[in-house]
Design a protein around this ligand. Structure first.
Ligand code: PLP
Length: 433
């Protein structure tokens, strides 16, 4: 028996126009604006480009947007690109955001009909990845996590001093400096050691009745080489005061490919009282700050008034839970992409648009691992294309080097390769006229 023609399942124009999802999303656009989105979607279904069942969704997606955000294809080879929104979210994280965008059981127990704990599932997902007996708290970003850790510890400590190595007084970007962040809490910084070397004796001499904590900051965005030395967490933990470790990147467990990146599990096992980290660097989730550590201490921070001011919204919690439970995050897939596959994709792009395939190293990015190179490939094109591509839709951002535009496919989702080729061809054509 022959299958009926699938085109007969394409919804009728009147039915589509009557659907509230379309009229709500299209409100303010006028009937003609909505109608043209509907016709376009029906056309694509007739051409077999989308399934008939997807016509409504496609029409909604092609309505002119009310957001000024411009999506970017990141062809720089920089995985955690702070200027481009740091970690791109996984499809599961995006679905989690959509699911929790309306009313949800965020702080509600459907069984009892009473208030329930906020974000319990995310905290459980974090604790599952930590050594036994530790607790977690999620705040707005890594800076907020450090702020709350220091504030909470000085409130409970004997005096208002934290000890930190001179080699770890880090500027994180855009003029923001962690020592300024810490002193903004009212704490005194007791700096020890030198830029390149700090010893356990330096710390021991500084720790006293005024000390609330030792803060150990991972210098995540630079490297000091040569005559250097620092003190590990196991030694710091012997000095009798809580040790706070700002690991920065958000690795929860060691990663052999990133031997110099600290991780939360190791720091906690070694005796850190608290670990702070970002959610949108190597963890690959939404902007968030993680506070992980001693259950009693974390509970105290949760009750601190500042915790309420720094708490995250339901969308962040949903995206973070999906990131933690959802398998390999895009940043991890990009960071570990197979160079041979990247080369094949680059060759296919060059085949379509011209240009030369050449070796090109990617980097982890401002998020960490400054010494790590990620061998890969790029397509080299004439530099004047850079501006045209950057200002197009989608915007394509590559790397300009020695008079050439390099497009590195490492951080371009493979399903966007065709869009990238289309954008480059359009840019080439626009320069030819
Ligand atoms: C990135 C970073 C921060 C700041 O984290 P945000 O999430 O950007 O606020 C703090 N400390 C270290 C070591 C970092 O690498």
């Amino acid at each position: 028996m022959r299958e009926p023609d699938p085109r007969r399942r394409i919804p009728r124009t009147d039915d589509l126009l009557a659907d509230p999802r379309l009229s709500e999303m299209g409100s303010g656009l006028g009937r003609d604006g909505i109608l043209s989105a509907v016709r376009g979607a029906q056309e694509r279904a007739r051409a077999g480009l989308i399934a008939p069942e997807k016509v409504l969704q496609d029409a909604v997606a092609s309505l002119p947007t009310t957001s000024s955000v411009r999506p970017v294809l990141n062809a720089t080879g920089v995985v955690v690109h702070t200027n481009l929104g740091r970690a791109p979210l996984s499809h599961k994280a995006i679905a989690g955001i959509v699911r929790s965008a309306g009313y949800s059981d965020l702080e509600y127990d459907v069984h009892t009909g009473r208030r329930g704990p906020r974000g319990a599932a995310v905290l459980a997902a974090l604790c599952d990845r930590l050594p036994e007996g530790h607790a977690a708290l999620v705040v707005n970003n890594g800076a907020a996590a450090l702020l709350l850790a220091v504030t909470g510890l000085i409130a409970s400590g004997s005096d208002r001093e934290v000890v930190v190595s001179r080699g770890e007084l880090v500027e994180i970007g855009d003029g923001f400096r962690l020592p300024d962040l810490m002193t903004s809490t009212g704490v005194r910084l007791r700096e020890v050691g030198t830029t390149n070397r700090t010893s356990l004796a330096d710390y021991a001499a500084a720790v006293g009745p005024h000390t609330s904590a030792i803060v150990k900051v991972h210098p995540s965005n630079f490297r000091v080489e040569g005559f250097t030395g620092g003190v590990g967490v196991p030694d710091l933990a012997t000095l009798g005061v809580p040790v706070v470790v700002d690991i920065g990147s958000g690795l929860l467990a060691p990663d052999p490919a990133l031997p110099d990146e600290p991780d939360a599990t190791t720091a906690l096992r070694e005796g850190a009282a608290l670990v702070t980290a970002s959610g949108d660097k190597l963890l690959g989730g939404p902007q968030a700050g993680l506070l992980l550590g001693d259950a009693e201490l974390v509970q105290r921070l949760r009750r601190h008034p500042l915790a309420r001011a720094l708490r995250v919204d339901k969308l962040t919690l949903a995206a973070l839970e999906a990131t933690l439970r959802g398998g390999v995050a895009p940043v991890t897939a990009y960071r570990t992409a197979d160079p041979d596959v990247l080369r094949t994709r680059a060759a296919a792009l060059a085949e379509q648009v011209g240009g030369r395939v050449r070796a090109h190293d990617g980097v982890v990015g401002g998020g960490g691992a400054p010494g790590v190179v990620l061998p890969g490939w790029a397509v080299a094109l004439p530099e004047p294309l850079a501006t045209v591509l950057r200002t197009g839709t989608p915007s394509v951002v590559g790397r300009v080097e020695s008079g050439e535009l390099l497009l590195d496919l490492r951080c371009v989702p493979p399903e966007s390769d065709a869009d990238l080729a289309t954008a480059v061809l359009a840019a080439v054509r626009s320069l030819q006229v």
